[in-house]
Design a binder for this molecule. Structure first.
Ligand SMILES: Cc1cc2nc3c(=O)[nH]c(=O)nc-3n(C[C@H](O)[C@H](O)[C@H](O)COP(=O)(O)OP(=O)(O)OC[C@H]3O[C@@H](n4cnc5c(N)ncnc54)[C@H](O)[C@@H]3O)c2cc1C
Length: 244
């Protein structure tokens, strides 16, 4: 596909996204369905207990993947979408829209990416990391810090260990509730911290970056807020980080 065809097909795809009504389009007299009900019905793609639901998930497949995409979904015990996802069987069809929004990665744009991810916040880091290591001309350094409760909870261990073999990639883990730190595999011991990712470690990481870091942060709202504060205290200015 040439560049123009690619732009056209992306535009056509984005046009499928339903347009959110303006507040002024709702007459406020309680119509059923109201314009907002119709908008949400258009967005909704999962059905649980007759309730139509939709949730956002981040593709972890390479940005140039064609004909497929992969996602990393954490199924919460009481989650509505989790129940729907757990009901899927091979061969089922599920409806997806997107991709929408996000951070546009350009090779060699930053000297070093400092990725701070908590839990499934790892997802948006995966395709960026992969596009760097897949491209021999991309000399961006990456320091990825993954925060999880326990060693068991670390997602995509094999992928992350393989990525860490590249000359420009280093990975660290911060485990907040690991009960058996002494049982950690040897290959993780030097790069794993216990407790929470806090100011002192952020400062250490920032100062150990080999080039001026640009930070990418993804996790819960609380994690993101904490990391933004720590980065600012560590001298990383607002134009040098992106909060997913
Ligand atoms: C832009 C964006 C990208 C996302 N990408 C991903 C992704 O790649 N992978 C992924 O697994 N999720 C991702 N999420 C979160 C996802 O959209 C859902 O919120 C999540 O899967 C829960 O949906 P659910 O219907 O199963 O749970 P719900 O029915 O919405 O919630 C049930 C219970 O689960 C717990 N819960 C729900 N969400 C969270 C949370 N984030 N942290 C802690 N507890 C929670 C709460 O206790 C809640 O009461 C993303 C969210 C956004 C906004």
């Amino acid at each position: 596909m040439d560049k123009r065809e690619e732009d056209d097909s992306e535009e056509a795809w984005l046009q499928l996204r339903p347009v959110e009504p303006l507040p002024s389009q709702c007459c406020g007299s309680g119509c059923s369905p109201c314009v907002f009900d119709l908008y949400h019905r258009d967005l909704a793609r999962g059905k649980v207990d007759d309730l139509e639901i939709q949730r956002a998930y981040t593709p972890i497949s390479p940005a140039n993947a064609e004909g497929y995409f992969e996602v990393l979904i954490k199924c919460y015990p009481t989650g509505l979408m989790a129940r729907y996802v757990k009901s899927w069987r091979a061969g089922d069809t599920a409806f997806w829209r997107g991709p929408f929004g996000g951070f546009i990665y350009k090779p060699n744009q930053h000297g070093e990416l400092l990725m701070l991810a908590a839990g499934t916040g790892l997802a948006p880091m995966v395709p960026i990391l992969q596009s760097i290591t897949d491209n021999a001309d991309d000399e961006t350094f990456v320091t990825l810090v993954g925060c999880f409760k326990t060693f068991e909870d670390i997602y995509l261990k094999t992928f992350l260990q393989e990525q860490a073999l590249f000359w420009n990639i280093r990975t660290f883990f911060v485990l907040s509730q690991e009960n058996f730190p002494e049982q950690l595999p040897w290959s993780y011991r030097e790069k794993t911290h216990f407790g929470h990712l806090a100011q002192n470690l952020i400062e250490e990481l920032v100062s150990s970056c080999r080039r001026k870091p640009f930070a990418l942060v993804c996790g819960s709202a609380e994690f993101t807020k904490d990391m933004a504060r720590c980065l600012l205290c560590a001298g990383v200015t607002e134009d040098s980080y992106f909060l997913f």
